[in-house]
Each structure stands twice: as C-alpha cells, then as structure tokens.
Design a protein around this ligand. Structure first.
Ligand SMILES: Cc1ncc(COP(=O)(O)O)c(C=O)c1O
Length: 386
C-alpha cells in the first residue's frame, strides 16, 4: 500500500509515485501467465525511472535513442541486456556504442542503418549481433524485399544475424489480431529459412499487450494471457522475446495532483488542478470523457456534485476528466490517478507553458525516495541569447 498522505505532506504535488513491489509482482505475473517460457524485454520509453529495479527479472531492454542509452548506461544496466533499436540511429551515438561497449544486439531498421552498422563493425573490427526489423506497414522496419536484400548482402564476419524484430502497435485488445501477426511471422520466418537455407534463432515481438485504464472497462486478463500464450506456443522453432512497455509499467504508477481552484459557470463546475495533460497520458482517452481509476484525498463523506477536472495549461484541451460525479471538492484536495506508470512521465507535452516537471518518488520496501525533483522547464524554454 502506498502512503499517499505521507507523499503529499513530504513532497507536495504534482508528483508521480512508482511502487517497486507492484512493478516486480507485475513482471512475475506476466512471466507466470506465459509459463516463464517467453523472455520479457522492457521498452525503456515507457518509463525511464524504473529500469534498474527490474534488472533481475527481465532479460533485455529495448533502447530507442541515444538519450535512452545514456539513461540505462548511467543506471549501470548490463550492456549484455541492451537491444539498440529505433528508427533514427545517429551515427556518433552508435559509433560510441560499438567502439566502447559490448552491446547484446542492434536492430536494423533500414538500408541506411544496415550500411551504418556494417561500416562501424568493420571499422572497429567487432562482430555485432543484429535483428532485422520487419515493417508492419509504416515508417518502422524494412519491407520483405529489403529484408532479403540485407540478408543477401550481409557480411557474416561482422554482422551476426539472429532473427526478426516485429512491432505493430500498442494496446492490442484483439486476440485475433495477435494471432494473425504470429501466423504471418511464422510464415515469413519459414520462407526466409528456406530461401537462405538458414535457421532463424529468434523473434523479438512487440506484442502491444493492453492495459485497461477506465472504470467501465471489462477485461479478463488471465483469460486474455492464456490465449496469448497458446498463440505464442505456435512458434516452435524460434526463441521468442516479448518487447513490452505499457503492460509492465502502468500498474506501478500513480500521479498526484492537487486542486488549486474551483469555479462554476452556466456550463458546469470546473476544478483546476496543479498538474494537467502535460503530465498525464491515458491511452484511448477521448475528449476526457472516459473515467480512469482514481481516488481523492482526504477521504470524506460529503454530498456529491459533478465536476470537470482541468489542468494548469492555457489550452481548452487541458481536461483530465469530464463530468465526474464525486464528493464535494475543495481547494487542496488531491486527486490520485492510477495506472500512470507507463508513458505519462515520458509522453506528456511537458514543455508547454513552462510549468515545472512533476517530482518523481520511488517506493521500495516501504521506503520513499525522491528520485527527481520538480525540474524547471522555464530553463529549457529560455533563449540563451537575447
Ligand atoms: C519497437 C517497440 N517495441 C515495444 C514497444 C512497447 O509497446 P507497449 O508499450 O505497447 O508494450 C514500443 C512502443 O512504442 C515500440 O515502439
């Protein structure tokens, strides 16, 4: 249990809290549901504050930028657990990695990246392991033709081809869709193996496991994951690793934001909180009409009213949630939005209006520590010369 009162008192708001016990239990739950057969890869983009805490529980990290690499590197995550992925592999960052570290794997996501990785591995006379990312019909990865071109032209002395990376989107609620993708991957793998007379060792699959964020959602996750496992079990000849961000990280996070103002006009009651949509991202939220899981502190028995909860930005879009029926609110009440461990801290439009970034608190073994203070974005939005 998180002692939210203590957090409010000691750290104020807006603040994210990440509960490490919940996080680790979540990873164990996913592994258990998948019979510990499929290795988990944490997509660092989902939350850059928690990777170190799960190092002993997952097999890899998916890292998509030089910045993400800096973070995991400073966290002393083993290079042997890093898969360097991403649509734009900047040359100097990749050169630094190849020259100075023994990274587990790199993905090849274009012909340009193929040439870059080939040249750098030759330049430093270093063999590197690669996955070729197959596109799912967007700007990511390569076409089937380019996939084959790369395999025809790969210099096996330098680039060791381990398998396929495939990611086709997040929040996949359709089990049929996952099954179609797996069938496609099995067929494609077989074609490549036959044509090139090779064995493909692994498939790294961004499965896009869904998170049900809203109070109205009905989801039997146990059953869903049983079905997922049965589908994955169709892959007989490759090791399968699952790249996951949202489903690993969401449940460990809460976002605390305080009521700073309340007003009423002929359209309704408007509550202003000290956070906003710059800090809070719920996938699938449309016009703030869906009601996420939340609680309000302090707990009080009061008559109810209907409110629109708005953030502190100068945009009419800054609604966290509309038309919620809840106990009468007052200034300094605190909203605790649940399931905010994935993407809220990384995807929000944090620089808008030069508001400070929320603090980040980690709860581990009943200890609370402030791991990021409320950084001033006014300093980032400031011109160095006038
Ligand atoms: C290549 C890749 N793998 C994995 C993920 C994680 O997806 P999710 O958070 O849905 O698990 C993403 C998210 O954008 C991604 O781009």
């Amino acid at each position: 249990m998180i002692d939210y009162e203590k957090i409010i008192k000691e750290y104020k708001t807006p603040t994210y809290v990440y509960d490490i016990d919940t996080l680790i239990n979540r990873v164990k739950y996913l592994q258990d549901k998948l019979s510990n057969k499929y290795d988990l890869v944490f997509a660092v983009k989902a939350n850059t504050f928690i990777p170190k805490y799960i190092e002993n529980y997952i097999s890899r990290y998916e890292i998509c930028s030089a910045g993400e690499f800096d973070i995991v590197n400073k966290l002393n995550i083993s290079h042997n657990k890093m898969v360097i992925s991403g649509v734009n592999k900047d040359e100097s960052a990749i050169e630094n990695m190849i020259k100075n570290y023994d990274i587990l794997k790199y993905t090849i996501e274009s012909i340009t990246q193929f040439e870059l990785l080939s040249n750098l591995s030759k330049k430093y006379n270093k063999q590197i392991h690669v996955l070729i990312r197959l596109t799912s019909g967007n700007q990511f990865g390569v076409s089937e033709e380019d996939f084959k071109y790369i395999l025809k032209n790969i210099d096996k002395n330098y680039l060791l081809f381990d398998g396929i990376e495939y990611f086709s989107g997040t929040q996949k609620k359709s089990i049929n869709r996952i099954e179609k993708e797996i069938d496609y991957l099995i067929e494609f793998t077989k074609n490549i193996e036959d044509e090139f007379n090779i064995n493909i060792e692994e498939i790294e699959y961004g499965i896009g496991l869904p998170v049900y964020y809203y109070q109205d959602d009905e989801f039997n996750e146990d059953e869903f994951l049983d079905n997922v496992k049965n589908i994955l079990d169709k892959i007989k000849n490759q090791k399968v690793t699952l790249e996951i961000g949202r489903s690993i990280a969401s449940s460990c996070g809460s976002y605390l934001t305080s009521v700073v103002d309340i007003k009423t006009n002929k359209y309704g009651n408007y509550v202003i909180v000290d956070g906003g949509i710059n800090h809070l991202v719920y996938y699938g939220q449309t016009m703030a009409m869906k009601i996420p899981h939340y609680e309000i502190l302090p707990k009080k028995e009061l008559e109810e009213d209907v409110y629109n909860i708005c953030g502190s930005l100068c945009t009419i879009n800054d609604f966290l949630v509309k038309n919620i029926k809840t106990r009468k609110l007052s200034i300094n009440d605190v909203f605790i939005f649940k399931n905010t461990g994935a993407y809220s801290s990384t995807e929000g439009i944090s620089l808008f209006l030069s508001r400070d970034l929320p603090k980040v608190v980690i709860k581990e073994n009943n200890n609370y520590k402030l791991v990021r203070t409320n950084i001033k974005t006014s300093e980032m939005n400031f011109p160095n010369e006038i």
